[in-house]
Design a protein around this ligand. Structure first.
Ligand SMILES: Nc1ncnc2c1ncn2[C@@H]1O[C@H](COP(=O)(O)OP(=O)(O)OP(=O)(O)O)[C@@H](O)[C@H]1O
Ligand SMILES: [Mg+2]
Length: 462
């Protein structure tokens, strides 16, 4: 709303203040006008009465008497030249005089009060006005006149002054408004716009304000804002870098932990060695491996980041899948969980072998852990087929299905974890790695009868 803006308020306030100043001048000037008006009537009357001097007995004919009074716009005139001589022009007056004003001793407040009374006077009011004749032409002059013409003249003057005041207020207000727009409102709007741009993208250094206001105070505000934005921008970028670093560490830790778990199983086997030296070293090796696994797990509590670009190579899918199965069977009771691959040797995929190994490991390990969790036996089946667009690999298990939490936060890091000891990163990492290959990881179905994930690798990458 206009009156709520700085410029709007300034416009209204300046009009108001100019009006107030005008009122302070307006009332005394109207009162002053009335006094001047009456003074002029006295002077005119004085001139008219002087006509009597030319006559021998200070008398004129009734016609001339009436004409002189009409010209002077008064009803009666009495000019006292000295103690004995009086020049009198008189007409009969309709009713006795209502009020008398002596202009020789009128103060400002009296003048204002009389002017206000005059403004509301009845139309037929008759006034007597006494004053001093000009140029020492006598001791005192007194006129009687109707109040209405005085009132009319005074109101007309007041109206003009009022209109002029309004005009001056409006013009002053408008000029102030325009000045304020140019000097303050526009520069402030620019600062606000810059703040909003910065709020939307604080990491973009282009959005940092360039101080260019010509007003000192505003310039200081802009400089302070620039410092604030520069500091914030720098710390945001640093934070982003740290977040990326933290995320990268998380992912490395995740897969390192998987590798270490495998190594733990191998180290377990060392325990069975006949060599007493090896046997002695084995518990120490186990301890340090456990510590390393713990360290990885703790590190996994931190953020996520993009994986490096995959280094693509042509690889028979069968080999990749079998490697993963071999690796998994090292650390699991494979009598309970059977892993079957029907992938044929003719399917070749163009992938980063290390990254795709991690994808399959995560999916197969999840399925194995899910089946183991039920306490029953189960099967994991890996099938693949070539389509027009690429290769589809399906991993089906006979586990209990994805818990609700895992379904709700599918592929979201740290959130979908519903398994004790899990971090909830495996599926998120797998999905991201597949995306990095230009492919997709999808959950095809999940129910108490089992779960199926599908990896689609587009042939564009082959
Ligand atoms: N094949 C599956 N069958 C049933 N539940 C599954 C299956 N795969 C994943 N889940 C569920 O989804 C959750 C998230 O899996 P994800 O691999 O992302 O994390 P995690 O296995 O808990 O931890 P980690 O980061 O160690 O892999 C798991 O906790 C598990 O409850
Ligand atoms: Mg997992």
């Amino acid at each position: 709303m206009f009156y709520k803006t700085l410029s709007g308020r300034f416009l209204l306030l300046s009009i108001l203040f100019v009006m107030m100043a005008e009122v302070l001048i307006f009332v005394p000037s109207v009162a002053n006008f009335r006094i001047s008006y009456l003074q002029q009537r006295l002077e005119k009357a004085q001139i008219a009465s002087l006509a009597l001097l030319a006559t021998p007995d200070d008398m004129v004919s009734p016609e001339l008497n009436a004409e002189l009074l009409k010209n002077a716009e008064v009803l009666n005139i009495v000019l006292r030249r000295n103690a004995v001589r009086e020049l009198v022009l008189s007409n009969p007056i309709p009713h006795p005089v209502d009020a008398t004003f002596d202009l020789r001793k009128v103060g400002t407040l009296d003048a204002i009060r009389d002017a206000l009374a005059c403004a509301f006077a009845p139309k037929d009011k008759i006034l007597r006005v006494i004053g001093m004749p000009v140029k020492g032409a006598g001791n005192e002059i007194e006129i009687v006149l109707m109040a209405e013409p005085v009132r009319q003249a005074m109101l007309a003057y007041a109206k003009n002054v009022l209109l002029l005041s309004l005009l001056i207020s409006a013009v002053t207000g408008l000029l102030l408004f325009l000045a304020l727009q140019v000097l303050i409102s526009r520069p402030i709007s620019k600062v606000i716009a810059s703040m909003l741009r910065f709020r939307d993208a604080p990491e973009d250094a282009h959005n940092i304000i360039t101080p260019n206001a010509s007003i000192t105070e505003l310039h200081q505000a802009e400089v302070a804002l620039r410092e604030l934005q520069t500091g914030l921008n720098a710390s945001l970028r640093q934070k982003e870098r740290l977040a990326q670093l933290g995320g990268a560490v998380s992912k490395v830790s995740h897969d390192l932990r998987n590798m270490l778990t495998t190594t733990q199983v191998l180290a377990d086997m060392l325990d069975m060695s006949d060599d007493p030296k090896v046997k002695r070293m084995s518990p120490k090796l186990m301890n340090s491996l456990s510590r390393a696994v713990n360290l990885c797990e703790r590190t996994l509590a931190f953020g996520k980041a993009d994986e490096p670009e995959p280094e693509l190579r042509d690889l028979p899918l069968k080999t990749l899948v079998e490697d993963v199965i071999d690796n998994e069977s090292l650390q699991a009771d494979m009598e309970k969980v059977q892993v079957i691959s029907t992938v044929t040797g003719d399917i070749v995929v163009r992938v980063d072998p290390e990254q795709m190994f991690r994808v399959f490991t995560n999916l197969i390990r999840n399925a194995r852990q899910a089946i183991e969790g039920t306490g029953r036996n189960g099967v994991i089946t890996i099938t693949a087929r070539e389509t027009r667009d690429g290769v589809e690999v399906c991993l089906r298990d006979t586990g209990p299905g994805l818990p609700e939490k895992a379904q709700e936060h599918l592929f979201k890091p740290f959130q979908g974890n519903a398994r004790q000891g899990g971090t909830g990163l495996g599926l998120a990492i797998a999905a991201e790695l597949v995306r990095g290959h230009g492919g997709r990881l999808e959950l095809i179905e999940t129910s108490p009868a089992g779960t199926t994930f599908r990896i689609f690798l587009s042939s564009g990458d082959k």
